[in-house]
Write a protein that binds this ligand. Sequence first.
Ligand SMILES: Cc1cc2nc3c(=O)[nH]c(=O)nc-3n(C[C@H](O)[C@H](O)[C@H](O)COP(=O)(O)OP(=O)(O)OC[C@H]3O[C@@H](n4cnc5c(N)ncnc54)[C@H](O)[C@@H]3O)c2cc1C
Length: 470
Amino acid sequence: MSQGRGGDVIRELEAVFKDRLFTEPHILALYSHDASSEVGVKPMAVVQPVSVDEVVKVVKLAIDHGFKIVPVGSSTSLSGNATPKLENTVIVSLERMNSIIEVSDIDWYARVQPGIKVDELNLELMGYGLQWPVDPASSKTATVGGVISNGGGGMRGAKYGPASHWVLGLEAVIGTGDVVRVGCRTVKCREGYNLVQLFIGSEGTLGVITEATLRLAPLPESFVGIMARFGNAESLVNAVIKVRRDRLWPMVTEFVDDKTAQLLSLEPRYYLWIGGVDTYAGSEQGVLTKLSNAIALNGGEIIGKALTWQDFSKLLEPRKMLYSAQLKAAFGDYGMDAFLLIEDIAVPMSKLPEAVRELQELSKKHGVKMMLGGHIGDGNLHPAVWARRSDKDEVERIMRFFEDVGSLAIRLNGTVSAEHGIGTQKKELLKGGAIGSRNNGRSDLVIELMRNIKRAFDPYGIFNPGKIFD
Ligand SMILES: Cc1cc2nc3c(=O)[nH]c(=O)nc-3n(C[C@H](O)[C@H](O)[C@H](O)COP(=O)(O)OP(=O)(O)OC[C@H]3O[C@@H](n4cnc5c(N)ncnc54)[C@H](O)[C@@H]3O)c2cc1C
């Protein structure tokens, strides 16, 4: 785009967005990256629409002027997918489209705008005795639109699974400037291809989600939760497996390793949180006994108990600081030269002992510092490694570790991305490893299907270039 055209674009954007258009360098810098270590570029502008009509207008301007759009919620993404890669990008931030439109406490759905934060939504839903059980550890900041677009999961994932289980319908502006509404308000919905699921995990590449109809679940009538600690990872994993063998089904099963614990001012041991096991009023003590047995049999000790979600949330606070601990380790070692990589694999539960053991071996093999934690109750592990950005050898070692971890997940019948998305960081692992391994090396077959889908939604190639397979 020429300088002259650029000036035209800004003027036309200003006519629509007025004081919700930003071109100041320090604001553009804020939107030039997400929470990953991916290095982006400054976009040419940021706009904050307040209605679907304004989203349509910015998409039509993009078609006319040939600029790109990266839709964002709170830019807390960890795979680089909310990081703009081209300078002729307009960031469409949905942060002001943040209302709850409707809650049905009979049909158990909520219609919301995409910019509402997950915790704000759940606070409101508590008043109805309901929940949207997709709560990433970033739920204070992450938006519903971002969670859906990342196909995110969260703390309650051990029982409820990720976003793909909890969205009934969507409204979105696609790359022709048209508004489409897909899905239903009923849990059963068979209307041709499932386009709702196509948007989930599409990482902002198919359109801008402007409204979501979310499936809700009732809050449990009673609650049991524990925090326990172990001397090593193996014992902790075996306790998780024992809970599973005992057919206990907790909402939350989370852990951190000894290095993380130390940075969180806990004694350097392995910590496990289990909460929200199916109970009814009166059955809590029986469930607590079963949990205590599973912990004790594997050499652990319970150091905290909770009988309400609120009390359990307080116990869980250190786990929610996993990312802060990872940042502390990386930036503590290398200051602003730190390069932090956070993996996001998932393996079948039965493979957890092998996965955790091999991760520890891989970190030794590559001579990298590793911290481990994650949503162990759904097999989702987040090994984090870091290097000095200017030290090529160290960067190469963490990159090789990253690739080997992906290969490990594939070998154990798992996935290279459980919830953070492919973004820019896992494009090669997706093509070469994950998809290729399931298609006799023919990843091109599946990638081409994805490209065709992208072309159908986004014929001018406007949305979030450089991501997933691009
Ligand atoms: C401390 C911390 C903890 C985290 N814990 C978890 C966790 O437990 N589980 C988990 O899944 N993730 C976690 N994450 C990653 C991230 O927070 C989540 O993926 C979250 O869902 C992103 O929400 P967001 O609003 O910040 O989205 P953004 O980062 O703004 O965007 C994410 C992606 O969605 C697209 N997008 C955003 N909004 C829209 C829209 N309205 N329409 C179309 N596309 C859109 C963007 O283009 C981008 O590709 C964590 C991150 C941090 C920093």
